[in-house]
Write a protein that binds this ligand. Structure first.
Ligand code: LLP
Length: 420
């Protein structure tokens, strides 16, 4: 459930009519609903309520806006981060350093040092050598880094190839069979406390089967490692739960996921850690856009909107579906293609879609744009960096400004040697 609903024929974010935001902030613009963020956070927490020891770390990569993080920090969420920049964001949003989990396949020594200086609670290791580097840095700082080893359970998550991570040919984690040797060699090394395992098999998952299979393999490995004398007190189960981009394709609910986790992890006796991203923020955001032209096409009309692939990359990158709706629908429908102004044929949001009839100047939204939306935006074609707004009841505020091309041009320099 979200709070983007029609009132008197006009689409609102909570109590704010979207035309008001378009008028005051301009388009394209991302709009987040605080009430929806809080609701999703609560639903996820409720789904895991029966688990005795747990930690929920929001995967910041899905939406790193500081205001969004602040809402989730207030709900008690920690953060799953993958770069020094994300560590800085989590801290800036008021998340406790000990609640931050540092994932990522290529943490640099500089990033590890920075994260240790901040007091980050856990590092999810991607390879043995990283563990030794982390231990060495920690020793030099007089610290001990808590860590888990990310294992690759070799399951097919059944999602888009570009967002699958748990097959053996993917770049993530170590083969699960190698975990024993790595624990033997790294466990007991000064500067590192290797305390468990982590896994994440992919994103936008609709089938809990592969997740349950992966968790089963991780559970068996926990037992094996304990049998070999290692102390295991935490397991990070990653993120991945899908969201309904298309209304008739509904993923398993957080409650059903929670039941599966209870079943799959019974008897593990560890702190279970979760890294949800999309399921928390996906439906808490929309991308508001204005129709520039309705261009008669050879086959069907092209609705040319002022949002483009640089603002919302998912359709171009993953052939992703985002529902399109008019902000003030007339009740009439049309079949059209929807595209942005960028000079690439791939800058297309929908082809041959049955949508609300729109005309030039009308406003529309792409739904489920709160996850992997603004954060993946660029300034391609020298377009502005898209702004973000948060709504709270009848109030709204710009939480990320539009960055004009002029500002970006000002950061570029023509070297002296070109000035002759
Ligand atoms: N934990 C790890 C280690 C991850 O790699 C990811 C996502 C998550 C948690 C959060 O997954 P979620 O709960 O959001 O599914 N840009 C793509 C998605 C990339 C996901 C990368 N990793 C998209 O727009 O679909």
């Amino acid at each position: 459930m979200d709070h983007f609903l029609y009132k008197n024929g006009i689409l609102h974010a909570e109590d704010v009519p979207l035309p008001l935001i378009a008028e005051q902030v301009g388009t394209p613009v991302y709009i987040y609903s605080r009430a929806t963020l809080e609701r999703h956070a609560q639903v996820f927490q409720d789904a895991l309520a029966a688990l005795p020891k747990k930690h929920i770390a929001f995967a910041i990569k899905a939406n790193p806006n500081i205001a969004v993080l602040k809402v989730l920090a207030k709900q008690g969420f920690g953060a799953d981060v993958v770069s020094g920049g994300e560590v800085a964001r989590a801290v800036a949003a008021g998340m406790k350093p000990e609640d931050i989990v540092f994932s990522g396949v290529g943490k640099t020594r500089g990033e590890m040092e920075y994260a240790l200086s901040v007091g980050v609670g856990q590092f999810n290791l991607e390879l043995e050598e990283e563990g030794f580097a982390l231990a060495e840095i920690a020793v030099s700082m007089g610290k001990t880094a808590n860590a888990t080893l990310r294992v690759n359970p070799d399951v097919d998550a059944g999602t888009h190839a570009k967002i699958s991570t748990g097959k053996k040919e993917n770049k993530f984690g170590v083969a699960i069979d190698e975990a024993n040797g790595i624990f033997d060699r790294l466990g007991g090394t000064a500067g590192i406390a290797l305390r468990g395992l982590s896994c994440h098999i992919g994103s936008q998952l609709f089938d809990l089967g592969p997740m349950e299979a992966a968790y089963g393999r991780v559970g068996a490995k926990v037992a094996e490692l304990r049998g070999a004398g290692h102390v295991i007190d935490r397991v990070d189960l990653g993120g991945g739960l899908g969201v309904p981009y298309e209304r008739d394709k509904v993923p398993p609910s957080p409650a059903v996921y929670g039941k599966m986790v209870e079943r799959a992890t019974r008897g593990w006796d560890v702190t279970l850690m979760f890294e949800p991203g999309r399921v928390i923020v996906g439906n808490a955001g929309v991308l508001l856009t204005k129709v520039i032209w309705v261009k008669p096409g050879a086959v069907r009309p092209y609705i040319i909107v002022d949002a483009a692939m640089n603002d919302l990359a998912r359709p171009a990158m993953y052939d992703a579906w985002h529902d399109f709706e008019a902000v003030q629908p007339t009740g009439e429908r049309m079949v059209a293609n929807i595209a942005g102004p960028v000079c690439e044929s791939g800058d297309t949001f929908a082809m041959g879609r049955d949508i609300d009839r729109v005309a030039s100047g009308d406003l529309g939204i792409f739904r489920t744009a709160g996850a992997y939306g603004a954060t993946m935006a660029s300034t391609y074609n020298s377009r502005a960096l898209v702004p973000e707004v948060m709504v709270d009841g009848d109030k709204f505020a710009v939480v990320a400004e539009r960055i004009a091309p002029e500002t970006i041009i000002a950061a570029e320099h023509v070297p002296d040697f070109l000035n002759d």
